[in-house]
Design a protein around this ligand. Structure first.
Ligand code: PLP
Length: 396
């Protein structure tokens, strides 16, 4: 017999990819300039020039065998040292190369951490709105997702609700800030309250509770809003980082897991994550790209492009009467559905060639997500379509 859980994962529709495929089909039918695809979170700005310069330099001058050979499973030592040094320099964090494991994006890091840290029946706290794949990574290993709602208007952490959700089975808490899909950055004050509650729970229950900081959007923060570094707040922290958005290279599958040096049972945590990676069939990530990342460890793509998109989109939609959560980071806008069911509203939007994602799979069905990692021109041309939609549904 097949595993029922895993079979269900294979058959579960992926709303975003389905919508994106639909947008592709419509573009072929009526021309790309007439379709406004806000479905997928794939960067539209090119990688910074340093990425291709590093590749060219490696392809031209490096030993061709060495740049394509297997690397150690956790990654090249020189890269792990460079990552650790960058984190320490930028955030004063307590990390060294022994706690860095280079992964296939943040996805690889989250999957291996959850596999390593949980036993069947353990609980994993996930805040709404949430990245949909957390449920898959949690349930695949028999752990149980515990969904905690955030404040209904600000989508900031609701600390009393979080405290009420902690039980002696709580093993991992996942935080994602800047958040996909809300664009919200959790404030230092709420993070302090959350980590205080976790420290108290660790004492009360007599075992560590790990904080998993999923941060593919760390560098995408606007107007100087600070993204707190969670290791500064809580020792039992693991960071899942990605270069997908930072360097606009999502298809190259590069990221890392970083374990805080002050983590309880540090060696065990590092080893259990390495064991999980092995069990998941991870050998090592791309050798060539590890070397590229080592040369670009502090480089960031053109974040101002997204900020300009955000500013025009938020103002345009609010002027039309839509209600948005102000996004301080990432490249997503979370909008309140004018109809109670965002699924029905998103279907309606399709009639205007507007592809936006209903909030159901993010755990907030009354909202929808608009990804603004698109050409600026697409936003300018989409606003009249949003205006016609607003008029059609009688939005004030
Ligand atoms: N976590 C969040 C919140 C995301 O939005 C994404 C991708 O969009 C990922 C993790 C996975 O990113 P990757 O595996 O490309 O690093």
């Amino acid at each position: 017999m097949f595993s029922k859980t895993i079979l269900d994962f294979g058959r579960k529709p992926n709303v975003i990819r389905d919508l994106s495929a639909y947008a592709g089909a419509r573009k072929a039918e009526i021309g790309p300039e007439n379709v406004f695809d806000f479905s997928i979170g794939s960067p539209n700005v090119p990688p910074p020039p340093q990425v291709h310069e590093a590749m060219l330099e490696l392809l031209t001058h490096a030993d061709p065998v060495a740049i394509h050979s297997y690397t150690p499973a956790p990654g090249l030592l020189s890269l792990r040292r460079a990552i650790a040094a960058s984190i320490c320099r930028r955030f004063g964090a307590h990390v060294d190369e022994t706690g860095i494991y280079v992964t296939a994006g943040a996805s690889g890091a989250i999957a291996m951490a959850l596999k390593g840290l949980t036993n069947p029946g353990d609980e994993v706290v996930i805040f709404t709105p949430h990245y949909m794949e957390y449920l898959i990574y949690t349930e695949a290993y028999g752990a149980v997702p515990v969904i905690v709602k955030t404040d209904p208007d600000t989508f900031q952490i609701d600390v009393p609700a979080f405290e009420a959700a902690l039980t002696e089975k709580t093993r991992v808490v996942i935080l994602n800030s800047p958040n996909n899909p809300s664009g919200v950055i959790y404030t230092a004050q709420r993070i302090r309250a959350l980590t205080d509650a976790m420290k108290a729970a660790e004492k009360r229950f007599g075992h560590p509770i790990y904080l998993l900081s999923d941060e593919p959007y760390r560098e995408l923060a606007y107007d100087g809003v600070e993204v707190p570094y969670l290791m500064d707040y809580y020792d039992d922290t693991l960071v899942c980082y990605s270069y997908s958005k930072t360097l606009s290279i999502p298809g190259e599958r590069m990221g890392y897991l970083a374990v805080c040096r002050r983590c309880a049972a540090y060696e065990d945590v590092v080893d259990v994550c390495a064991g999980a990676a092995r069990a998941l069939g991870h050998i090592c990530t791309s050798n060539l790209y590890q070397r590229v990342i080592e040369r670009c460890v502090d480089v960031v793509a053109d974040v101002d492009y997204y900020k300009r998109n955000r500013d025009v989109l938020v103002k345009g939609l609010e002027d039309l009467g839509f209600t948005c959560v102000h996004p301080d980071g990432a490249f997503y806008l979370f909008m309140k559905s004018p109809w109670p069911d965002s699924m029905a509203f998103c279907e309606k939007a399709k009639a205007y060639e507007l592809m936006v994602v209903p909030g159901h799979d993010f755990g907030v069905p009354e909202y929808l997500r608009v990804s603004y990692c698109v050409d600026h021109d697409t936003i300018l041309r989409a606003l009249p379509a949003f205006a016609r939609l607003a008029e059609d549904i009688g939005l004030a």
